[in-house]
Design a protein around this ligand. Structure first.
Ligand code: PLP
Length: 475
């Protein structure tokens, strides 16, 4: 027998996939304003999917502005409440690597959160947005002298030092400007975060930070420089983490290190990074941020009590949890193809490949991390039977997969619009021009209106950068 339909029994369906929710817009996965109108069409921020693609082209990154602003504000409220309850002050820096444009930087500032930037480009976007440099933290494992100079010149609030050699280089740059630069030291706490290995950033065999064993030497070196002000410690254990345990363990290690360092001078701040997981699938159950914040605050309070130290200013850098659920990518369906494959027991079954007009160039995460997403038909509703599908892109790679497994109505065909939720973080940010594809536009939707945040980068833009396209630059 060949399974081709009813995909409750299709042996290719992963265990977590639940056909009962395949026609729903599950809250937690979709932006707050995502709903279906009376005709069954997906609307986000009050704007219909068809209207969005007609106006802005396909594929399209759609950001629910209210949702993203609200996530920043409620994250700040959750952490403030949890840390004020233990008697500590807290600050949030939005990790702009997740998703950044000039407007988005401003939304974050208006929500009362600072900005963490990790490159010269991110810093320039923040500055172009008019963000107060004092509220910016600069990261990077390999910052150039030019980037350090730019940061010091504009008055970036904190530089997070990532290596021993960076200390002298930054001190020299700050001295040249006649400034005293506040710094944090990024510690590799050795905590093995429970996430994809590429997303774990605090185990031994990776490039970030300074080990606990070398921390005292590094701090002494920083304190020895007049041009540097040692503000404290930083730890980021990884990204897409669903449990509080790793954060608690990292907090404990940092507070104990801080207790030792307090013997020789002040350590006013501890930054515990970001990495809070979100729901990509209806079956995902991330810990609510307020619970997570309370869990981490309890660990901080306990470690400070045990070491007899005062509470530091505690800072966090959430990115994905603010941007991720606010974003949806819309695609047009092209070719559909049924492929018969054998499951692990040799039973033949049909997998329907649904090709869309984007792919790994607008969402690299499935190819990079084997990340799972879900998908819904956006331009209409259909009560056709459900079919197990794999949504794939249009690139020249068999790993060019957008959604590994979900159910779509059997009648999905050429010209339909598909919506993939939870694409606000690390999709636009990681986009490429592979195969000379356009980078889709990113629009904000709000109160029935759509507005372009970043326009489409087209083949004309790319050709303009190719010197052979302009004979005067390419004699
Ligand atoms: N802080 C640092 C230093 C990071 O490297 C990252 C992500 O890689 C973040 C914060 C944000 O992580 P997330 O977007 O998972 O919250």
């Amino acid at each position: 027998m060949i399974f081709s339909e009813s995909n409750a029994v299709n042996p290719l369906a992963p265990q977590w996939l639940d056909s009962a929710v395949a026609r729903q817009l599950n809250s937690g996965v979709w932006p707050a304003t995502a709903t279906r109108d009376a005709a069954g069409e997906l609307t986000i921020g009050g704007v219909r999917a068809t209207e969005l693609l007609e106006r802005h082209g396909s594929p399209l990154y759609v950001i629910d502005e209210h949702d993203m602003r609200e996530r920043a504000a409620s994250a700040l409220a959750a952490f403030t409440e949890a840390f004020n309850a233990i008697g500590a002050q807290v600050q949030l820096h939005y990790a702009s690597k997740a998703l950044l444009s000039i407007d988005i930087a401003r939304w974050m500032q208006q929500a009362g959160v600072g900005l963490d930037v990790a490159s010269a480009g991110e810093l320039e976007v923040a500055l172009a947005a008019g963000i107060d440099p004092e509220t910016i933290g600069l990261h990077g494992n390999n910052k150039s002298d030019a980037l350090l100079a730019r940061a010091v010149e504009v008055g970036v609030g904190t530089v997070i030092i990532d290596s021993l050699t960076e200390i002298d280089r930054l001190a020299a740059v700050a001295a040249e400007f006649g400034k005293r630069q506040p710094v944090l030291l990024r510690i590799n706490s050795g905590i093995h975060a429970d996430t994809h290995s590429y997303l774990a950033t605090s185990h031994e065999d990776q490039k970030f930070g300074i080990t606990l064993a070398s921390a005292a030497e590094a701090v002494a070196k920083i304190r020895g420089h007049e041009a540097l002000e040692f503000r404290g410690l930083h730890s980021h254990i990884g990204s897409s983490i669903y449990s509080a345990d790793g954060f608690g363990a990292a907090a404990d290690r940092l507070m104990r290190l801080r207790a030792e360092l307090l013997a020789d001078g002040p350590v006013p701040e501890v930054n515990l990074g970001g990495g809070f997981g979100i729901a990509y699938l209806p079956s995902d159950r991330p810990l609510p941020l307020d619970e997570l914040a309370r869990g981490i605050a309890a660990e901080v309070a306990r470690a400070c009590a045990e070491t007899g130290t005062d509470l530091p200013l505690v800072t966090f850098e959430p990115g994905r949890s603010i941007a991720g659920p606010a974003g949806v990518t819309l695609y047009r369906v092209g070719v559909t193809k049924d492929v018969t494959v054998s499951d692990e027991h040799g039973t033949p079954a049909v997998r329907r490949y649904v090709s869309v007009d984007g792919g790994m160039s607008d969402n690299a995460r499935p190819a990079m991390y084997r990340a799972d997403y879900c998908v819904r038909l956006a331009n209409r509703e259909s009560d056709a039977p459900l079919q197990l599908v794999r949504v794939v892109g249009s690139h020249c790679e068999s790993g060019d997969i957008v959604v590994y497994a979900d159910y779509l109505p059997d009648d999905v065909s050429y010209g339909d619009i598909l919506a993939v939720p939870a694409t606000g973080a690390y999709c636009f940010a990681m986009a490429s021009h592979y195969n000379y594809f356009d980078r889709p536009a990113m629009v904000a939707v709000r109160d029935g209106e759509s507005r372009t945040l970043v326009r489409r980068i087209t083949i004309q833009d790319l050709l303009a950068a190719d010197t052979a396209s302009t004979p005067e630059e390419h004699p």
